[in-house]
Design a protein around this ligand. Sequence first.
Ligand code: CA
Length: 225
Amino acid sequence: MKILVVEDELRLAEALSQIMQEQKYQVDVANDGNDGLDYALYGDYDVIVLDVMLPGKDGFEVVRALRAAKVQTPVIMLTARDDVRDKIRGLDKGADDYMTKPFVPEELLARIRALSRRQGEVLLEEISMEDLTLSLSTNDLLCGAKSIHLAFKEFEIMKILLSNQKTIVSKEMLISKVWGDDSDAEDNNVEAYISFLRKKLSFLGSRVQISTIRKVGYRLESGNG
Ligand code: CA
């Protein structure tokens, strides 16, 4: 198991690193928010232990940037005060758990184990509709004996459509979630990807189709119904 510790108190960082190495975990330590974010974005960690009060970016900014970059690594935040607002703020930004300093190392280890188990389950997840299944671990779209790999944006769009079955998904929502609010993507970017996905659905021979709801957006529908 690979853990990232982002903590600017050097003695605490060193102590945590030692405790984790005793558990045979691989540990990287970053001492400020900017390094922490870089490590977290490019290293492949199972769990990130993230202090709130950090030089550079604080822990809230780091976790928000990670989630915005679609990095879903579980994050445990370390807060200095027993401040409920800090806890809520951390969880709002996408943290999975938090601990108040000072804490007992065994408790941190227990929470790391719990979060890494949860991560393992998420990796197996898939979403289905009728004869169509999207694997969230391999980005493959499957139907019967056939399967086809989806490119990153195709995958994100299909995941949103499958997670919102029976509701209409607007182009604005797709742009915001797949390209990001500050991108300059336009409706025709979405239309292009919807057309790629339709070709792939037709290759698979699935009964599921992407219907265009004029001036509103898209919805998955069963070709039989
Ligand atoms: Ca600190």
